[in-house]
Design a protein around this ligand. Sequence first.
Ligand SMILES: C[S@@+](CC[C@H](N)C(=O)[O-])C[C@H]1O[C@@H](n2cnc3c(N)ncnc32)[C@H](O)[C@@H]1O
Length: 212
Amino acid sequence: MGLFRKKLKQEHKILLQAERAKGALLPEYHRATPECPHPKRWSMYDSMTAEAEVLELLRTLVTTIKPELIVETGSFLGVSTIWMAEGLKQNGFGKIVSCELDPVVFAKASQKIADSGLSQWIDLRHESSLDMKIEGAIDLFYSDSEISIREQEVRHFLPQINPNGLILIHDASSHQKIVREAAFRLQAEGLISVVCLPTPRGLVIAQKRQGN
Ligand SMILES: C[S@@+](CC[C@H](N)C(=O)[O-])C[C@H]1O[C@@H](n2cnc3c(N)ncnc32)[C@H](O)[C@@H]1O
């Protein structure tokens, strides 16, 4: 029977786990890396949503740099979107555009955002990041969709990113070689300057070189 059960897509499996956990915080369970040897000191809601501490950082970055426009790729259940929208609400201006490709996940995120009371700050789109049309300069760009296209996303949106703004790329730990190496490649090409935060899943904070 088990052999014939349809394999659940990773996003849907984690979505079910997140619903069962009902918002409880768990110790981070991503593996230790040389730069982050004690991942269990961090917390998470689930393994798709950014670490709880990273969510706090996202909100604080929003209140610190006061962006007019935030673009996020990969909303999953909308948790990071909502944390950044809380920052926008505190600022009293700005907008976050976020996209989610998976229709089931998109529907859950839409509901969560509607329930959060923060809808006025959020433009959630059901489309692929690379098809997303954005008007104007991006002050905060958060790349958190499919790992294999994060580099493409940064290259794609780079011309629209404010040189004084920030580029964040999640899952850039030394374990997640794809994203980390992509960030260093973009840096070696002179496109961005990179700082790697030693968090369980790794977070790159970067800034565009052109215009600086
Ligand atoms: C790591 S999760 C995002 C987590 C979320 N930012 C948070 O911290 O709460 C990645 C999400 O990106 C979505 N995704 C994958 N490819 C995508 C694409 N091309 N465009 C938009 N979303 C995509 C997946 O369905 C998944 O829900």
